[in-house]
Ligand binder design. Structure first.
Ligand SMILES: Cc1c2[nH]c(c1CCC(=O)O)Cc1[nH]c(c(CCC(=O)O)c1C)Cc1[nH]c(c(CCC(=O)O)c1C)Cc1[nH]c(c(C)c1CCC(=O)O)C2
Length: 368
């Protein structure tokens, strides 16, 4: 049974994701509901991060904060959740430590360790384990009342595997490199298991009301071209291939799919043929070069300014916007670009600088 909600008043993102000609590029930013907003800290209070994710009322309130603050400038909401809810659903403990980030007290150690087999063999009831995400999505759709579309998301198998093995953030990626270069087959079994859960989790999010989905491969850039082809790309393709089939089996219409293989600029050409409607990119890629690589393929780009420009002056923000607009927009026939940053917005940014970023994109792209 498909849920019904108020009709969309602003469908720019959906049209742009489908490659249609639009009056201006839609805009939103990754991590738009987060620590740079004073109202985020206020609403979160002393609560634990994952507790907020598990409370649909809190999660929907946080999701709506940037929509309210940037009303008229922002064209999508992204559900307040985290990529690490999947390892949690797989039975792993994940904590969020203030000012440090995620922490797994028991990361996967080696294929001979009992925990690896246990996680691999465990039958995960995704719909049940992550029901709180779906409740938050449905409630957020109601509260949005058609203002902008709602994006659902998951972490990519490679990125999730990194966290499950490293146990948190890392600079060296020594554990996960040990896994893939010593135990490639055991690694691939786990990557495949995660990929199947990603498909399930995205399908449940769409059933609950997500109108677009994004797969975050935040650590794709840690792999060289050959290793990326072996340990990341096949699982991203599994998701884009299986999700529409899974949705069809549930009698639910498919939605546009976004992939963000951060740092994998060397793989942009093949990313444009992975079955995703939208390819996100970070600031290591020049917009004009990206457009050349895409050629005539009907793929929309998303990105890509360095989030660090928001620490800079108004002039530096304008310069970054001009580079994106000239590369992604001018000469592309008013299509093929969703404006975003090249990664999540960072704590400490002045929210008014994000407003200025949006206003500059608007000013430099509106049709005369
Ligand atoms: C790698 C990753 C994670 N989570 C996510 C990614 C992929 C995107 C990326 O690469 O940035 C995805 C994510 N995390 C969060 C969202 C919410 C929606 C949105 O984009 O506004 C999304 C889409 C909230 C969050 N997720 C987290 C916060 C901060 C929690 C807090 O209040 O302290 C928020 C608002 C915590 C989190 N969650 C994660 C880390 C590494 C951290 C801590 C460190 C950091 O933020 O830099 C894992």
């Amino acid at each position: 049974m498909e849920l019904t909600f108020e009709p969309l008043k602003n469908d720019l993102l959906l049209r742009a994701a489908q490659g249609q000609v639009v009056e201006r590029p839609p805009m939103w930013v990754m991590r738009q509901a987060g620590r740079y907003l004073p109202e985020y800290h206020e609403a979160k209070g002393g609560r634990d991060f994952f507790e907020c994710c598990r409370d649909p009322e809190v999660a929907s309130t946080l999701t709506l904060q940037p929509i309210e603050r940037y009303a008229g400038l922002i064209d999508a909401a992204i559900i307040f959740s985290d990529i690490l809810v999947i390892p949690q659903a797989m039975g792993m403990v994940v904590e969020m430590i203030d000012k440090k980030g995620p922490h797994f007290p028991n990361p996967l150690k080696s294929p001979d360790d009992g925990q690896y087999e246990e996680v691999l063999q465990r039958n995960v009831n995704v719909a049940e384990e992550l029901d709180y995400v779906y409740k938050a999505i449905t409630l957020t759709r109601k509260k949005l009342a058609g203002r902008v579309p709602l994006i659902g998301f998951c972490g990519a198998p490679w990125t999730l595997f990194c966290y499950m093995v490293e146990g948190g953030g890392t600079k060296l990626f020594s554990q996960v490199k040990t896994w893939i270069y010593r135990y490639p087959e055991a690694s691939k079994k786990m990557l495949q298991k995660i990929a199947d859960i990603c498909v399930e989790h995205l399908a449940c999010q769409v059933r609950a009301g997500a109108q677009v989905v994004q797969v975050f491969d935040s650590w794709a850039g840690e792999l060289g071209p050959a290793s990326y082809k072996e340990f990341s790309e096949p699982y991203l393709m599994h998701i884009s291939f299986m999700l529409p089939r899974k949705l069809a089996s549930l009698n639910i219409d498919s939605v546009p799919k976004i992939v963000f293989p951060k740092g994998a600029w060397h793989a942009l050409n093949s990313a444009c043929s992975m079955g995703y409607d939208v390819v996100g990119m970070d600031w290591l890629q020049s917009p004009a070069d990206a457009v050349k690589i895409r050629g005539s393929r009907n793929v929309t780009f998303q990105g890509n300014a360095d989030p660090g420009i928001l620490y800079g002056t108004k002039e530096s923000i304008t310069r970054a916007v001009e580079e994106m607009v000239n590369g992604f927009w001018v000469g592309s026939g008013n299509k093929g670009w969703i404006a975003n940053l090249g990664h999540g917005i960072t704590p400490g940014v002045d929210p008014d600088n994000l407003k200025f970023y949006f206003e500059e994109i608007h000013r430099l792209t509106k049709s005369s």
